[in-house]
Design a binder for this molecule. Structure first.
Ligand SMILES: Cc1cc2nc3c(=O)[nH]c(=O)nc-3n(C[C@H](O)[C@H](O)[C@H](O)COP(=O)(O)OP(=O)(O)OC[C@H]3O[C@@H](n4cnc5c(N)ncnc54)[C@H](O)[C@@H]3O)c2cc1C
Length: 451
């Protein structure tokens, strides 16, 4: 470059400089010295310095999102933890991509059943009959993992593994267990559990109107059952009915295709839309004595199944809350307003921490509940207290999470709307808040306030 060109280019550069700023800079540092130092720096160091001065800070890295804030999974053995992670992967790979689609369609994705069966987690806590015989604590963690992605999937599984298989495991004869449980464990047979009736929900313990009558070696069932999950396609439905001879409650395995059994899909649900609930009508439905649950002699036996599944629903509530909390935290880390991520705002952090506090309390509670269950010490009132506490706080957590999504919170594609809706069903089934509260109230005061 000629000397004239060099002078012209230097003048051009000087003209671009803000002389006011240079003046201010020279009051703070020795400008000549600074230019000397800077000009002797390596190009890449200079660029790093520029980047630092431009942004002031390196790109913010968000901490890993994990709703298990107290590392409660450490209560699981390494083998159990591996199963938890396997189920987590299953949910991410097979359920997450289709959950919203099937929820909107109000349909069940039957193709997932063989994949789910491969997990070998059905009838997890039962011993024998092909069942793994593992801990209730792990079972709880798995219910939570499923609901964390999709509550319908965990409900479908809970009905199969808990309510249906549990009825046979706890109330069936040895022969009946041998006959049904191994194939249910492999998910070759899908089950359902029919207790609730159109006119009898909370009062099921003493008020079933569905009847059974023995005629020789056959039982004749009449009546209706409402809300029965999986029943539109189940291979067998456990039906609870009142014996007209002595008023006692009995359980029956009613097989698909039995004459007088009709299951109509309940349409128009606003929650757990993937679960196929049915209104069952039994019209002189004949069931052989060999399909009567031989160890079910009163509602106390039904309650034994419900105690176990109620604990599972408490875990499910935890999963729903955890999924919502984690989605909200992720979203608030991504969403920017006023030039900043919304998770940097104090009021947003306040809401997130409140959600995490309740979530952590819930998780700790259900872990202890399962430990009691594993020790064979779980009482009805302990299961009820956890169900009330967890489903109540889940409702709050999902609603806070939705709030943090702003308008997007009502769009199905952001998942959170599904959690909000599904939390409503969890809140009401397996005993409403009022009924579970009354169970705990009776235990602590010694006085029944049911009626
Ligand atoms: C999505 C879904 C899936 C379900 N799946 C199944 C299933 O697979 N199998 C099955 O058998 N059932 C199932 N259910 C039924 C469920 O268990 C019942 O809905 C639940 O027990 C409540 O009964 P209910 O709906 O008849 O309400 P009700 O009993 O009519 O209660 C209505 C309201 O009155 C309150 N109430 C009632 N009695 C009292 C009282 N003594 N004191 C104070 N308040 C009271 C309740 O708490 C509630 O708020 C399912 C329900 C839903 C929503």
């Amino acid at each position: 470059m000629s000397i004239i060109k060099k002078i012209k280019s230097t003048i051009g550069l000087l003209q671009q400089l803000d002389l006011d700023k240079i003046g201010k800079l020279s009051e703070k540092v020795d400008l000549n010295k600074m230019v000397g130092l800077v000009s002797s720096m390596k190009g890449e160091d200079l660029q790093k310095l520029m980047k630092f001065m431009e942004g002031g800070k390196k790109k913010h890295e968000f901490p890993e999102i994990d709703g298990d804030f107290y590392d409660l999974h450490q209560w699981l053995s390494p083998e159990e933890r591996a199963i938890q992670l396997k189920v987590r992967e299953f949910m991410q790979v097979h359920i997450k991509p289709i959950a919203n689609e099937y929820w909107l369609k109000d349909e069940f994705p039957h193709h997932i059943i063989p994949e789910m069966a491969k997990l070998n987690i059905c009838g997890l806590t039962y011993h024998g009959y092909g069942c793994p015989g593992m801990s209730s604590l792990l079972e709880g963690f798995l219910a939570m993992e499923m609901a964390r992605v999709d509550c319908s999937t965990s409900t479908f599984f809970g009905v199969q593994s808990g309510l249906a298989m549990g009825s046979i495991y706890y109330c069936g004869s040895e022969e009946q267990k041998q006959q049904w449980l191994p194939r249910m464990q492999k998910m070759e047979l899908i089950g359902a559990f029919g207790l609730t009736e159109p006119e009898v929900g909370s009062a099921a313990a003493g008020g079933l109107t569905c009847t059974c009558e023995r005629v020789g070696d056959t039982w004749v069932l009449n009546g209706q059952k409402k809300w029965i999950g999986n029943a539109t396609f189940a291979d067998l439905v456990v039906i609870w009915a009142r014996d007209i001879a002595d008023n006692s409650v009995k359980g029956f395995i009613v097989e698909k295709g039995t004459k007088g059994f009709q299951a109509d899909k309940i349409k128009g649900k606003m929650a757990l839309r993937i679960v196929q609930n049915a209104l069952i009508t039994l019209t002189n439905c004949e069931v052989h004595e060999s399909n009567r649950l031989q160890q079910a002699n009163s509602f106390k036996d039904t309650a034994q199944v419900l105690r176990m599944t109620r604990a599972g629903v408490a875990w499910q509530a935890v999963g729903c809350a955890r999924g919502a909390y984690e989605s909200a935290l992720r979203y608030t880390n991504e969403r920017k307003q006023f030039g900043r991520t919304i998770s940097s705002f104090q009021m947003v952090q306040d809401l997130l921490v409140e959600m995490l506090s309740n979530l952590t309390a819930m998780q700790t509670m259900v872990c202890r509940l399962s430990q009691l269950q594993d020790a064979g010490k779980l009482t009805d009132e302990q299961a009820s207290l956890a169900k009330v506490f967890c489903s109540l706080h889940t409702r709050d957590i999902v609603s806070h999470a939705r709030e943090l999504f702003g308008g997007n919170g009502i769009l199905i594609e952001y998942d959170i709307a599904r959690f909000v809706a599904d939390a409503e069903a969890i809140y009401s089934y397996e005993g409403t808040k009022e009924i579970n509260t009354l169970i705990v109230g009776r235990a602590i005061t010694g006085q029944s306030a049911f009626v």
